[in-house]
Ligand binder design. Structure first.
Ligand code: SF4
Length: 389
């Protein structure tokens, strides 16, 4: 949901559902789990999957005029990744895909909690990474809620869903590019988060990147890194020239078994971070004992660290947020960034190809002078981090 919500909003809108009638459950939290997931547990050990019980419970508990009539939770088989065509496949994690069936069991244990509240549970299997298949899957699967929709209408609604998702992604990437341009113009460090989309959920990622942003470091997410061809050709200029990759989206040099969409994007993010001078540090987030992430730990760290970029990893995120230890780690990260960012940026700039398109755009849009021609500004990094350890 964290990476495809706009598709669903666009699709339901095109099928005539007033946007005000679509409700999402709130962010994951301990409180949500305590209130709404009690006694609903199933066998899955993955924390992001376990969280879903709280979301279902919260939606089912809505009352009176807030009551829902359909609980929609698709089983997403593949994802619409920007790496499509450059990797072997774009599959979702199988545990996430199967989660709607798995979590449903917890709501049927004693009695059917959906039927009891007059809620229809709709959970179509859908290959979002394969757009021509999607209307064929959704037309029969959604027939019980849209009995009058023709196949042609479903096809149009699916196109509108993809258009809404593309527009959202493009907007997020434009914002990320603005941040990068600003960092390039001011010669200022930023951070890149490499994680799964659900780590944006404050209850799953514990807002670690938000704490870091509080220290004045802009934060980008690999999934929404700008994909403008000119910028990517500059970032991967040497690799393309050397024939190591066929395109800036090619990850075969570091991850030949590129079947999983989110894993592919994590590896791609690591490669980008290693090459962009102003990404002085990478924050790696992964949930407790994630079987999908485990094989990526070493390559991601090696790619980032070999470029001299700082690498910080939170690999065991679970339900609890050990506030004290996270605070100490965030302070430590801020300390290292404050101490080493300037040197990291200089070293990576020296290794980068000439003609960075960010400078051209930055001087045009912000009026700031490219850093080659101005001394580094003191105060680019907030003084509040000084002395942290
Ligand atoms: S990506 Fe990892 S933590 Fe997330 S559901 Fe899949 S196996 Fe579990």
């Amino acid at each position: 949901m964290w990476s495809t919500h706009q598709f669903w909003v666009g699709l339901f809108g095109a099928l005539g559902v007033d946007g005000r009638k679509l409700v999402f459950s709130s962010d994951s939290s301990e409180e949500q789990a305590r209130r709404f997931a009690k006694g609903r547990g199933t066998v899955d050990c993955c924390y992001p999957v376990k969280c879903i019980s709280g979301h279902y419970g919260e939606l089912l508990a809505r009352e009176k005029h807030r009551k829902i009539d359909v609980l929609f939770s698709p089983m997403i088989y593949s994802l619409p990744s920007f790496l499509k065509g450059h990797v072997l496949d774009n599959l979702a994690c199988p545990r996430v895909m199967a989660a709607p069936e798995n979590i449903k069991a917890g709501f049927l244990k004693e009695k059917d909690a959906f039927a009891e509240r007059g809620v229809r549970y709709v959970t179509p299997l859908v290959a979002l990474g394969d757009p021509p298949l999607v209307p064929k899957q959704l037309h029969p699967a959604l027939a019980e809620i849209f009995p009058d929709a023709t196949f042609a209408e479903m096809k149009r609604a699916v196109s509108e869903g993809y258009a809404a998702l593309d527009a959202f992604n493009a907007r997020a990437r434009r914002k990320a590019r603005e941040v990068l341009e600003h960092c390039a113009a001011a010669d200022r460090p930023c951070l890149l988060v490499v994680a799964r989309p659900y780590h944006m959920d404050p209850g799953i990622g514990h807002e670690i990147e938000v704490d870091l942003q509080g220290y004045g470091y802009p934060v980008l997410w690999a999934q929404y890194f700008p994909t403008d061809p000119q910028l990517l050709e500059w970032i991967f200029a040497e690799d393309l020239r050397g024939g190591r990759i066929r395109s800036p989206f090619d990850i075969a040099d570091v991850w030949p078994s590129s079947y999983s969409a989110n894993t592919n994007e994590i590896l791609w993010g690591a490669k980008v971070a290693a090459r962009v001078p102003w990404i002085a540090g990478v924050i790696r987030l992964a949930s407790y004992e994630c079987g999908m992430d485990q094989p990526t730990y070493t390559p991601v760290q090696a790619i980032v660290e070999r470029s001299g970029t700082l690498f910080f990893s939170f690999q065991e995120l679970d339900s609890t947020k050990p506030a004290g230890s996270v605070k100490i780690r965030v302070e430590t990260i801020a300390h290292y960034l404050q101490k080493y960012s300037k040197d990291i940026i200089e070293r990576k700039k020296a290794a980068a190809a000439p003609g960075c398109p960010l400078f051209v755009a930055a001087s045009a849009t912000t009026g700031l002078t490219p850093p080659e021609r101005r001394p580094a500004a003191p105060g680019d990094i907030p003084d509040s981090t000084a002395g942290a350890s």
